[in-house]
Design a binder for this molecule. Structure first.
Ligand code: FMN
Ligand code: SF4
Ligand code: SF4
Length: 393
C-alpha cells in the first residue's frame, strides 16, 4: 500500500473519495465502498427537510456523460443516522454533503452540528447542486430561496455560509464549488477567506441531454418522467474542463483541492493530482461499473507511484502546473510530420484534413510537403495505425 495523504487536516489512506451521490446514500453502500478500497465517502446531499422528494432520473451514456436532474436526497435525521452507522461499520472518512437556503445561516449550522455529533469527519458545503433553485433560475424564474449552485455563484454568500458553519463546528469545513461561474477562483478564495479547510471541484456543469429528433424533440434518457430539467453533468465528457478548473484552483489557493468531474480510470486520478489535486473523487463511473472500479483506480494509482519511483503522493501534486503559461508566452518551434512508409496502409484518412495542405496523395499513398506543414500534430491522432510522428526541424 502507498502512503496516506492529508487533506483539510484529515489523514486519508489513499487519495480516492466517493463523490456525493447515490453510491453514498446507504450504509450498505458505504461498506461496499470501503471494501473496494475507497479512503472516504461524501455522503448523499442532506437538507434539514427536502424542498421536494426526488427520484433518480439521469441521462446516462456510459463512457460519455451523465446528466442528473432529479434524485432522492436525505432529510437530516436520515443523514445523521447514515453517518452514525457508517462510522460504526467502516473506517472511512465521511464527509457530510449539506445544503440549505442561504437566507437561514442557522439552518446550515443545525445541519453541520448534527453531523458533527453523528461522527462526520468533515462538512462538505454543497454550493454546486444545480437541481434545486438553480434549475428554476435557468428557466428564467425567480426563487425566494437559494440552494446549492445558486449560492455558489456569489462569493459574498459563499463567505457567509462558510463562516457561519465554521463557527458552529470543530471539524473541518470544505466547500464544494459550482463550475457554473465566470471565475471559480473568486468563489474559492471567498471560501478560503472564511476559513474553509479545503475545496472540492467535481464537475456539475449545468447540462441538457440529446433529444429524440424523431419523436418531437423530447429529451432523451430519463425514463418515467414527463420532461427534463437543467441537470448536473458528470462522466468523461467533462474531464478536460475539470482539469482546467483543478489547475486554476491549485494555482490560486493555499488550501488543498479535492478534484474530479469525469474521472473514470486510475490514469485520470494521476492526471488530476498532477494538475494540483490532493484527493480525487468520482461518482458516475461507480454507477456504470459498480464499486469494483474503485479497486482498479486505487490499485492503479498506487502501482503507478511505486513503479515510477515516487516516495509520496506529495511528489506529484501540481507537477504539471509549471508547464502552464499564457498563450503568448509559449515558445513554438518549427517542425514537420513524418510518415513511416513501412507501417502506412494507404488508407488516406490523413489526406484532405480541412486545415492542412501538407499531406497529399501521390500514387495512392500519402506524401508530406514539409514546407506546408505547421507541425500542429493533428494528423498523428487521425492515423488509425499510428504511423505519423512530428519532429522538430
Ligand atoms: C445521480 C447523481 C447524484 C448526485 N448527487 C450529488 C449530491 O447529492 N451532492 C453533490 O455534491 N453532488 C452530487 N452529484 C455530483 C457528483 O458528486 C459529482 O460531483 C459529479 O457527478 C461529477 O463527477 P463524476 O463525473 O465522477 O460523476 C451527483 C451526481 C450524480 C450522477
Ligand atoms: S492515415 Fe496513416 S495509414 Fe492512413 S494513409 Fe495516412 S499515414 Fe497512412
Ligand atoms: S502536423 Fe498538422 S500541418 Fe503537418 S501534416 Fe499533420 S495535420 Fe498537416
Amino acid at each position: 500500500m502507498f502512503k496516506e495523504i492529508e487533506y483539510a487536516g484529515l489523514k486519508f489512506k489513499n487519495p480516492f473519495v466517493v463523490a456525493s451521490g447515490p453510491p453514498g446514500a446507504t450504509v450498505e453502500r458505504l461498506v461496499k465502498a470501503e471494501d473496494a478500497g475507497a479512503a472516504g465517502v461524501s455522503v448523499k446531499l442532506t437538507f434539514t427537510k427536502q424542498p421536494f422528494y426526488g427520484r433518480l432520473r439521469m441521462y446516462s451514456k456510459p463512457g460519455e456523460a451523465s446528466i442528473v436532474c432529479h434524485d432522492r436526497r436525505l432529510d437530516m435525521e436520515e443523514g445523521f443516522e447514515l453517518v452514525r452507522k457508517g462510522k460504526e461499520r467502516t473506517d472511512l472518512k465521511l464527509l457530510a454533503n449539506i445544503t440549505h437556503p442561504a437566507e437561514d445561516l442557522e439552518g446550515w449550522q443545525t445541519l453541520a452540528k448534527g453531523y458533527e455529533e453523528a461522527g462526520a469527519d468533515a462538512i462538505e458545503l454543497n454550493l454546486i447542486c444545480p437541481n434545486i433553485s438553480f434549475s428554476e433560475r435557468r428557466m428564467g424564474r425567480s426563487t425566494d430561496k437559494s440552494h446549492g449552485a445558486a449560492i455558489g455563484q456569489h462569493p459574498e454568500i459563499v463567505e457567509q455560509v462558510v463562516g457561519a458553519v465554521r463557527e458552529a463546528v470543530n471539524i473541518p469545513v470544505v466547500a464544494k464549488l459550482t463550475p457554473n461561474v465566470n471565475d471559480i477562483t473568486v468563489t474559492a478564495k471567498a471560501a478560503e477567506r472564511a476559513g474553509a479547510a479545503g475545496v472540492v471541484m467535481a464537475g456539475g456543469q449545468s447540462g441538457l441531454p440529446r433529444v429524440d429528433i424523431y419523436n418531437g424533440g423530447r429529451p432523451l434518457g430519463a425514463y418515467c418522467v414527463d420532461g427534463y430539467s437543467f441537470g448536473s453533468m458528470g462522466g468523461p465528457g467533462i474531464i478536460y474542463q475539470s482539469f482546467a478548473l483543478t489547475a486554476q484552483l491549485a494555482r490560486a489557493l493555499n488550501i488543498p483541492v479535492m478534484a474530479g468531474g469525469g474521472l473514470s480510470t486510475w490514469e485520470d486520478g494521476i492526471n488530476f493530482m498532477m494538475y494540483g489535486a490532493t484527493l480525487v473523487t468520482a461518482c458516475t463511473v461507480l454507477m456504470w461499473e459498480g464499486f469494483g472500479v474503485i479497486r482498479e483506480i486505487v490499485d492503479g494509482m498506487e502501482r503507478f507511484m511505486n513503479e515510477a519511483g515516487y516516495s509520496s503522493w506529495q511528489d506529484i501534486i501540481g507537477m504539471s502546473l509549471p508547464y502552464l503559461k499564457p498563450a503568448k508566452e509559449l515558445q513554438v518551434v518549427p517542425g514537420k510530420a513524418v510518415i513511416d512508409e513501412d507501417i502506412c496502409t494507404g488508407c488516406l484518412k490523413c489526406v484532405g484534413l480541412a486545415h492542412c495542405d501538407a499531406i497529399v496523395e501521390a500514387d495512392g499513398m500519402p506524401q508530406v510537403i514539409p514546407e506546408e506543414c505547421v507541425a500542429c500534430g493533428i494528423c498523428i491522432g487521425v492515423c488509425p495505425v499510428g504511423t505519423i510522428s512530428v519532429v522538430e526541424c
